[in-house]
Design a protein around this ligand. Structure first.
Ligand code: TTP
Ligand code: MG
Length: 451
């Protein structure tokens, strides 16, 4: 069956065949996997500088109250015994690829949502008649290949599947059969529903709406008056479990944008600025339809003599914020140094961010997730000799005779290291004098499918 047909069929889905998989405390779990001495111990991953923010906390640290997006200083106070580690994105990407490849054995329709999360349409694979077995087998396989726990939820819609995987965490598996959908959905707090952000939740609270059951009792016109037309309609449908979104494998678009050729060449800063605005409006509309944000904005200018120039502006972080993207479009257009008649103008968005796709269509008030790590360099840290300056807790190092390990901390010439890796027993910390025993910063040992 082709994907378009499947997408259509999914609108009429009657069986619980949408699977949502989400790794448990993903970054922290990878760290515990690669660093045996941290298994079973509280771990915080995130910015390790003074203004650092927590990317994720292991479940041991969550028990003490530590959470994603909390300041690292607060999380450290709550969980003083926690190991605080700088993120190793290379390692997380490698584990993510393995998880996605394993999920792909269930169906040809896999839609990754973020680095550790995906929807799978089981109707498009061999497990349409036995979703629970698909989940059991894939969880076991992922654990075997990566050592990681992935929670899975299964339902008739994306909404239910996602809520079910959340409800089962950690290391959970929950299948919500269509007949049990109301029993599952109605008691949930509206805040738990993906797409209902803090502003919508606060507006609903003023109507005394706290649970999905409360939401279902609200008439449509009250909802649209409270949160606006399109969000109101979405809430109304959502409260009834109506979610027609098909599992749509990402088309991996590299960019979205718009361009416009003028009937008559345009000239002059004001006219050009107005034209940039109009083209940007259209490009933003397409970005919204695509979902998510972008980090790079490119302006393309074709002059009356047909010479064409492109200039780009790259932001510090991907954003879906129209004002920021518009400002960048103007900046890029100005960088083209327009001082001649313009025949064509284009604005396009690149470095599209998959993470901003976490937001659902009815999500009107949740800001695009900010990068939770404040001091992560854009490029991988330069490899080379470990020094006090380039040291970050958690980075991989190698010593001539002591082998592989990871940095605990460096004070002056004294480096504290644990010489351990994924397949070794846990190691104690060891102090190394960098003047006599240089350590090399090395890339993570990444797992592979045939490992
Ligand atoms: P999540 O799946 O939201 O969180 P998690 O896997 O750490 O924990 P769990 O699913 O068990 O609740 O996000 C996946 C990874 O994305 C997470 O490990 C770290 C990163 N992340 C951030 O960098 N900043 C954030 O604010 C969040 C929520 C996640
Ligand atoms: Mg997760």
């Amino acid at each position: 069956m082709d994907p378009a047909q499947l997408a259509d069929a999914s609108r009429l889905r009657t069986r619980a065949t949408v699977l949502h998989a989400d790794a448990d405390s993903f970054f922290a779990a990878v760290e515990q996997r690669d660093k045996p001495s941290l298994r079973g111990r509280p771990v915080l991953v995130g910015g390790t500088g003074p203004r650092g923010v927590v990317s994720t906390a292991s479940y041991e640290a969550r028990r003490a109250g530590a959470r994603s997006a909390m300041s690292m200083s607060r999380a450290r106070r709550l969980s003083p015994a926690a190991a605080v580690l700088f993120p190793r994105f290379e390692a997380y990407s490698a584990y993510s690829r393995l998880i996605m490849a394993t999920l792909a054995t269930l169906s040809e329709l896999v839609e990754p949502l973020s680095i550790d999360e995906a929807f799978v349409d089981l109707e498009a694979g061999p497990f349409a008649d036995d979703p629970a077995r698909a989940a059991t087998e894939v969880r076991a396989r992922i654990r075997e290949v990566t050592g990681l726990a992935v929670s899975i939820g299964i339902g008739r819609t994306k909404l239910v599947a996602k809520l079910a995987s959340d409800a089962g965490k950690p290391d959970g598996l929950l299948v919500v059969e269509p007949a049990d959908e109301d029993d599952f959905l109605l008691p949930l707090p509206v805040r738990a529903v993906p797409g209902i952000g803090p502003a919508t939740a606060a507006a609903l609270e003023r109507l005394d709406v706290r649970t999905v059951a409360d939401l279902r009792r609200q008439p449509l016109d009250i909802l649209t008056m409270t949160v606006g037309e399109s969000s109101g309609v979405n809430l109304f449908r959502l409260a009834r479990g109506i979610d027609p979104r098909p599992v749509a494998p990402s088309t991996e678009r590299k960019s979205v944008g718009a361009e416009r050729t003028f009937a008559q060449d345009i000239f002059g800063a004001d006219l050009i600025a107005a034209a940039v605005d109009r083209v940007t409006d259209e490009a933003l509309r397409r970005l919204t339809a695509h979902g998510g944000g972008a980090r790079t904005v490119v302006a393309k200018v074709r002059f009356a003599d047909f010479t064409t120039l492109t200039r780009s502006v790259t932001l510090a972080q991907p954003t879906a914020e129209p004002a920021e993207l518009r400002a960048a479009a103007h900046q890029a257009a100005r960088a083209a140094g327009i001082n001649d008649s313009v025949r064509l103008l284009g604005v396009s968005f690149h470095n599209l961010s998959p993470h901003a796709q976490l937001t659902l269509p009815w999500d009107d008030d949740e800001p695009a997730p900010a990068a939770a790590v404040d001091d992560v360099p854009d490029v991988p840290l330069a490899l080379g000799l470990l020094t006090e300056e380039n040291a970050r807790p958690g980075l991989d190092v190698e010593h001539d005779t002591l082998g592989r390990g990871w940095v605990v901390h460096v004070r002056g010439r004294q480096a504290t290291v644990r010489f351990e890796s994924v397949d070794t027993p846990p190691a104690r910390s060891q102090v190394v004098d960098l003047a006599t025993d240089p350590l090399l910063l090395v890339p993570p040992l990444t797992p592979t499918l045939d490992a």
